[in-house]
Design a protein around this ligand. Structure first.
Ligand code: TYD
Ligand code: MG
Length: 452
């Protein structure tokens, strides 16, 4: 009998090694190497589609077969580029408890025009029924299958002939063709490629749910990213209400779209006006609160940054930030010390971006700085003012992209003044705007404008 060969595979990124290694040299994760038996790969047939195909001139290809399937959840349709493409394989990833199963079940219950098969390897029929009752939607065309064996799933698929398939989750599914345990890289890859072949052959879109785990006990969705057509990630803080659904890869649409959802006791609801939700509605002006007009992907929204500056009790002042890069905060504080006489060494600084949202847009810098100065001086900044600019190392206020969109969003929400970089004014027609534009060149200008 031939000796079985085994190798060690990183459960996070899929890289392999003949020996066990503590830290993966590719993705830098610790303790993610697991021994797996190597199977001889089957010869690749050259195509996932079994029918023989011949080359065609691009202009002769008709689009009728590529009509999109609407999911009934507008935010999801938009992120997918206008609905699901038949035969596409979609990966929905996210941390446990973020709401992946809820979103998938909502999708299954929402679109009663389509026959849907929801395969769950994690929950029992009763649990799914309870969840469906909670969401409060019924769909006579939604079939539930609690199964983890891929071969059994395929035989059910042949009987039910659904129009959309949901697999919750790919890490619980196992195929008899591979010996390694469910959740391992080889199982996940093999199951996903069989499902891909099914999707391409039957033109049925398949949604795979994939967990992200930090300890590497399950193969991460990263190992599947190159197989699937679309990768969606569900982000957000589990303890906050808001969830962001983002497209990381999309063969049939843009990746700059993002959708916002709110977790309620009746499942997820779409947020169509994010700015209104993310700004607190205190009538009183509080010090240390400033609003930034930011853009994530292609979507503008207004976000509140809150700062608390207090005298440092201990020798080393504390710096803490939620939703904003701590290194960037330290840099902004150093700029403030140099340019605005802010005594860095004697102050504790706490920064929080409201709503549990992480902001990577540099346009939030100006609002962060204003919030810190406002808290430091204990002088509130009017809630009718809004900020949008990047701050450079020498204290210059730098222009940001798509300023018109940011201004329009702020104007729509009733802001009266907007602070931005002088260099953003080029080509901008501010005469027709109701909102007053205040151009700034340096931090000193900001301090003069706000606090003198
Ligand atoms: P779930 O969708 O199971 O997350 P995942 O599949 O990503 O692991 O559940 C998400 C959380 O949402 C869970 O902790 C319970 C909560 N939840 C609500 O708050 N309201 C609801 O209506 C539902 C169905 C779940
Ligand atoms: Mg789940």
């Amino acid at each position: 009998m031939a000796k079985t060969k085994s190798i060690f595979i990183c459960q996070s990124c899929g890289s392999n090694s003949p020996k066990w290694i503590g830290k993966c040299p590719v993705c830098n994760e610790w303790n993610t190497y697991v021994e797996e038996i190597v199977q001889k790969p089957k010869p690749f047939s050259g195509s996932f589609v079994k029918t023989k195909s011949s080359p065609k001139v691009l202009s002769e290809i008709s689009l009728s077969s590529a009509e999109r399937i609407h999911t009934g959840i507008n935010e999801l349709d938009r992120i997918l580029g206008g609905g699901m493409v038949p035969g596409s394989l979609i990966l929905l990833g996210g941390e446990p408890g973020i709401g992946k199963s809820t979103l998938a079940l909502q999708l299954a219950l929402e679109s009663d025009k389509h026959k849907i098969l929801y395969v769950s390897g994690e929950e029992s029929e009763q649990q799914i029924k309870l969840r469906a009752d909670r969401i409060g939607n019924t769909n006579g065309n939604c079939y539930i299958l609690c199964e983890t064996n891929l071969e059994n799933i395929f035989s059910q698929l042949a009987l039910v002939l659904p129009e959309i398939v949901i697999i919750d989750s790919i890490q619980t599914i196992h195929t008899d063709k591979i010996e390694s345990s469910p959740g391992s890289v080889s199982q996940v890859r093999e199951s996903a490629s069989q499902l891909l072949a099914y999707a391409k052959e039957s033109a049925v879109p398949v949604i795979l749910i994939g967990h992200i785990t930090k300890d590497g006990s399950l193969a991460g969705p990263k190992v599947l990213e190159h197989i699937v057509d679309t990768v969606l990630y569900f982000e957000g803080d589990r303890n906050h209400l808001y969830r962001i659904l983002r497209a990381y890869k999309n063969r049939f649409g843009s990746t700059s779209e993002l959708g916002l959802f709110e977790m309620s006791n009746k499942g997820l609801s779409e947020i169509t006006n994010p700015s209104e939700m993310l700004i607190s509605h205190f009538d009183e002006n509080l010090s240390g609160v400033c609003i930034a007009s930011t853009i994530d992907g292609i979507r503008p929204f207004l976000i509140e940054s809150q700062a608390l500056v207090s005298s440092a009790v201990y020798g080393t002042p504390q710096r803490s930030s939620t939703g904003f890069d701590l290194r960037r905060l330290n840099m902004l504080l150093a700029v403030l010390e140099k340019r605005a006489g802010f005594k860095l060494a004697s102050k504790d600084v706490f920064l929080n971006i409201a709503g549990g949202i992480k902001v990577a847009d540099p346009a939030i810098d100006l609002a962060v700085i204003s919030a810190i100065l406002s808290s430091n001086l204990d002088v509130p900044v009017s809630k009718k003012k809004c900020f949008s600019a990047e701050v450079g190392l020498s204290g210059e206020i730098r222009p940001v992209s798509r300023i018109e969109q940011r201004i329009i969003e702020a104007e729509k929400l009733g802001f009266e003044k907007m602070y931005l970089s002088k260099y953003n004014l080029k080509g901008l027609n501010i005469k027709n705007l109701k909102i007053k534009i205040v151009p700034l060149e340096k931090i000193e200008d900001l301090v003069r404008q706000l606090f003198h």
